[in-house]
Design a protein around this ligand. Sequence first.
Ligand code: S3P
Length: 172
Amino acid sequence: MIITLLGYMGGGKSTIGKQLASVLKYSFIDLDVYIEEKEGKSVPEIFLEKGEIYFRKLEHVCLKEIISNYNNIVLSLGGGTPCYANNMGLLAQNNLQSFYLQLSPVNLANRLFEQKQGRPLIAHIKTKQELQDFIAVHLFERQEFYRKASVVLPVDKLSVQQVVACIIAKLY
Ligand code: S3P
């Protein structure tokens, strides 16, 4: 089985993914890290040097590669992955379950404000309020893709352990 975690930046996909993989004794793959290793550059460097369209194409190729070559993995997607190149269509396989980790713009802005430097799409935003406004609009645009996940999990009030337990409960 392949378990994919998706949702907006800062939603805890990697933290929860690592924990979930360790409980299930699955391998963990972070799509951004996979892309960085394949390209030999960080995500911000790829955006800066080659642009977002190049990144999106690479992201699509890497996603295809992972889901056709691996099994028994937890895979964390990038925040934008579900919204490009029919990537959600790629996830519609029998052996694959996808979980949208859904958080409010307020919580996302609080979490992301300190970590925006490594994230090219929000690095330029100055204040927390501006970040929250940006996220509200961006999330609204992205929701239709995120909602195609097999399970939508509101996680605002849950700890990492509780989210992991909820995901496991939906698997069996
Ligand atoms: C992006 C999210 C990032 C990374 C890139 C673009 C997005 O991943 O893929 O900066 O479009 O939301 P995280 O969600 O892991 O930060």
